[in-house]
Design a protein around this ligand. Sequence first.
Ligand code: FMN
Length: 402
Amino acid sequence: MKDLEISALGLSFRNPIIAASTDIARSVEQFEAFAKSGAGAIITKSVTDAAALQDDNISRIHVTDMAQNPARGEVPESYILFSRGGSMLGMEAFEPKAVEMLRIAKQYNTVAIASIAAGPVENWVRFAKRLEDLGFPALELNFGNPHGEASASKLGFLIGQSPELSAEILKAVQGAVKIPVIVKMTPQLSDVTGTAQHLEACGAKAVTVMHRFQGLMVDPETDAPILGGWAAIGGSWMKPVALANIARIYRGTNLTVFGGNGANTARDVYEYMCCGASLVEIGSAFMLRGPAYAKRVVEEFYGLLEKKGVRRCEEIVGKTASQIVAYQNLSALPKRKAVYDLQKCKDCAGKPCVETCYFGALHVKDGILSRDETKCSGCSLCQTRCGKDAIAMQILREDGIS
Ligand SMILES: Cc1cc2nc3c(=O)[nH]c(=O)nc-3n(C[C@H](O)[C@H](O)[C@H](O)COP(=O)(O)O)c2cc1C
C-alpha cells in the first residue's frame, strides 16, 4: 500500500480515515477489531457525567431503506439510521478500557482520540486532564450530540448552539491540557460558518463537521413515534449537507476540518476531502457493516488515490471547495439548453418531459415534440423525466452557438 500519511494538529495519521465516536469503541475487543482495519484513527465513545446518558436502557437503533422499510439482512446501500446511540460511559467505567485501547492503538499504528460529552465546565476540565494523563494524544469535544436535552445541564448540541457556553468550555479545556482539541460541531445552527469563526476566535484549531441532526420518525402501523420520540437521524443521504458545511468552514476559516456525517465509501472520503476535510470520520457505516468493511474502505481509498495519481492526501484537500461559484455569481455560469433526438423521442407515447417543463418550452404537435428554444432555461428537468435517452444538455458559447 502507498504511504498516505497525513499530519494534522501535530499528529501523524497513517491515512485520513477515522472510525467516528460510536458504539464500535464501547468494548476493547471491538476497538481492537477496528484498529486492525488499518484506519488512521479511532475516536472512543464519549465519556459523560450525565446519568441519563449512562442508562443502558436508552440505546435504540432503527435502520431503514430510503422508503422507510426496516432493513433486514444486507444493509441497504442508502439507508436512514435513526438512533439513540448506546449509552455513554462514565469516566470510571471508561478508564480500564482506555488503558487497553491506547495499548492496542500503539500496536496497530492507529491514533486513539478520546471524546468527552460532559455538562458543567469543571467536569469537562476534569475529564480532559484525566484523559490526557491516561495518554490520549488528542481530544474531541462533543458539542453536537443531539440528545443534549437528556440532562439538567446543557449537553451536546445545546452547548454547540451557545456561543458563550462553547467558548467557556473550549477555553477552559484548552487552558487545562496540552494535547490538541477538536470541537465536534452540531449541524443544528443558523450560521455554520459564523459559529466556526467564533470557535476559531476562541482559540480552536480544529473542528469536526458535523455531528447528526435530531429527527422524528412515525410508525406507519401505530402512528406512534418510533423509538419513543426524538432521536439522532442520519445516513448516507446526509452527505451533500455535510459537504456544504465542510466547504463553507474550509473557505471561511483556517481551521483543520475533520469531515463526517454521511460518509460511507472510499469515494465519499475522497469527496469530503475535496470539499475541505483533512481527515474523514465514518460512524454508521462501520457500525452497520463491521470491521471487515472498514478494512475494505481503507484499501479502496488507497486504490482510488492510486488510480487518480494522487501522491499525497494534502493534494486533494479543498480541491472542490475552491471551485464553488458564489450565489451572487451564478448568472456568470455558462448558459446551456436541452437538445432533443426526435428519432428516439418518437417512440415515447406519454412524453412526461412536456408536463414537467415549467418554463413552457415544450409542446406536442401531432404526436411530435416541438420546442420553443427561447423559453428553455437549461434546467434539465426534461432530461430527468425522459425514459428514452433522447435529451442531452448542451453548453452555449457566449455568442449563443453551441
Ligand atoms: C449509534 C451511534 C452512537 C454514537 N455515539 C456517539 C458518541 O458517543 N459521541 C459522539 O461524539 N458521536 C457519537 N455518534 C455520532 C457519530 O460519531 C457521527 O458523528 C455521526 O453518526 C455521523 O456520522 P456517520 O454518518 O458516519 O454515522 C454516534 C452515532 C451513532 C450512529
